[in-house]
Design a protein around this ligand. Structure first.
Ligand code: ZN
Length: 346
């Protein structure tokens, strides 16, 4: 197994913002320590070589996301700074002041605030001074892992931060800006590979679902908490199964809050059976450790011993595999959980 990692993620630190009154505990959970804990655990245990991804430019990002979204992510913070050029201090972050109710055409206004409200759908994804570089290199990690598996087979782990699975082609939110998992899937699909994505984060991978919803060359499956009770609320129901060519190629397995290992592994078996029927050339696993019992954002009851069992089911497909890091916020358990999950692949 090889791991792609870039220290550039350290420049994206939402923790420097104070939490708004009444914000959910999730608000300040996506912090640089998350990726550093996992990197350090991999180094200490010599589980994997860790290398920096090559720079493949913006093309892989443009293959998934709209120009307007990428332009905002790249320039939004600088545009905000320009608006505040006469202020005593630089602004900390670009966060929408309004959220668009999307009814059709893109906004006519060229104001930064119109763009932020149009492309961002919640309060958890601030654009800071260093965010774009972190987003860009997180994306490069995922693409590098896809290219590695295409060239050499085996398993490649993209230690992405910020995460990506809540970002759709034209929207960002949920700690996510660019959909790293979708970038890897699209890069492989462009090489005419049949791709299956299994998302085992606690939350529904709504961005990944949306990006491939009309397609049958990328099968998307997600196990997650029932959106009736938890984020992202507007997506993730079992009857969202794809449309057009994609009909039948999106599988949602929503699970009740407090789901334990027995029920989780039973649902995973369903997902793995569906992947086996699909017979992909390559598997992408979007992994989040927020399924852990003590996760401050999650609400399932999985423990560290469950992660190798999840990994073994996925590895039993015997496919070249790209693993993309998504969520996981219980920092005290992150090293153990990541090692437990990755060891069967390594
Ligand atoms: Zn999550």
């Amino acid at each position: 197994m090889i791991t792609y990692y870039s220290p550039t993620h350290l420049q994206h630190d939402p923790n420097q913002l104070s939490q708004p009154a009444g914000a959910s505990p999730a608000y300040s959970s996506e912090v640089p320590a998350r990726a550093e804990i996992i990197r350090s655990a991999l180094e200490t245990n010599r589980l994997s070589a860790i290398i920096a991804p090559p720079d493949r430019g913006c093309e892989p990002l443009r293959a998934v996301h709209t120009h307007a979204l990428l332009d905002l992510l790249e320039h939004g913070y600088d545009d905000l700074t320009a608006l505040h050029r006469n202020a005593a201090a630089r602004p900390l972050a670009a966060i929408p002041e309004t959220y668009a109710v999307r009814t059709g055409d893109a906004p006519r206004s060229t104001s930064l605030w119109a763009k932020l409200g149009w492309h961002c759908y919640d309060t958890s994804a601030p654009l800071l001074a260093g965010s774009w570089d972190a987003i860009y290199w997180s994306a490069q990690c995922a693409v590098a892992a896809a290219a590695h598996v295409y060239d050499q087979g085996g398993v490649a782990y993209a230690l992405c931060r910020p995460p990506g699975h809540h970002a759709s082609a034209d929207l960002y939110g949920g700690f996510c800006y660019v959909n790293n998992t979708a970038l890897a899937a699209q890069w492989l699909a462009a090489q005419r590979m049949r791709v299956a994505v299994v998302d085992v984060d606690y939350h529904h991978g709504n961005g990944t679902q949306e990006i491939f919803y009309l397609r049958n060359d990328v099968l998307t499956l997600s196990l997650h908490v029932d959106p009736d009770v938890d984020y992202p609320y507007y997506w993730g129901y079992a009857d969202e199964t794809g449309q057009g060519y994609g009909a039948g190629y999106n599988v949602n397995l929503p699970l009740p809050k407090h789901t334990d290992e027995v029920d989780y592994l039973a649902a995973l078996r369903q997902a793995v059976d569906r992947v086996r029927d699909y017979a992909p050339d390559v598997l992408i696993v979007a992994v989040g450790f927020d399924t852990y019992i003590d996760d401050p954002v999650g609400g399932f009851r999985l423990t560290t011993v469950t992660y190798p069992r999840i990994a073994e089911q996925l590895a039993s497909l015997h496919k070249p595999t790209v693993i993309v890091q998504e969520g996981g916020y219980a920092r005290h358990a992150l090293a153990a959980n990541a090692l437990a999950f990755l060891a069967p692949f390594a």
